[in-house]
Design a protein around this ligand. Structure first.
Ligand code: HEC
Length: 93
């Protein structure tokens, strides 16, 4: 399991040239997208503090879109998957 996580991490890093050196978010697909998209306006702190179901995150994304976040359907799906999995009501250990 650990090696799979490492492989995913390497893939994510490899796929995204503009990796942030300091990224407190849990590892996973979509992490860099969240980091890039969401830090356009604020830090990752409010995101790290929030726990929610996919539905709650979806509402939150709508709010952020109202705030001016530009998000296409594909990225939205990836981000929702990431947030719902890693920052869900009871996040995976
Ligand atoms: C265009 C600017 C902008 C972008 C991009 C943005 N946000 Fe926000 N976000 C805000 C503003 C403004 C607030 C504070 C006011 C509010 O709650 O709407 C906020 C607050 C938050 C909060 C705390 C809300 C609360 O009620 O405590 C969370 C969680 C959050 N954002 C998540 C995200 C996520 C996840 C992303 C990336 C997908 C994101 N934001 C991208 C503007 C943005």
């Amino acid at each position: 399991m650990k090696s799979i996580l490492v492989a995913i991490a390497v893939l994510v890093v490899f796929n995204c040239g503009l990796v942030q050196a300091k990224n407190p978010l849990p590892e996973g697909e979509g992490r860099n997208l969240v980091s890039k998209k969401c830090q356009a306006c604020h830090s990752l702190d409010p995101i790290m503090k929030m726990r929610g179901s996919r539905e709650q995150w979806s509402d939150m994304l709508d709010e952020m879109i109202n705030n001016g976040l530009a998000l296409n359907d594909k990225d939205r799906g990836t981000i929702l998957e990431y947030l719902g999995t890693h920052l869900g009501p009871s996040p995976k250990k």
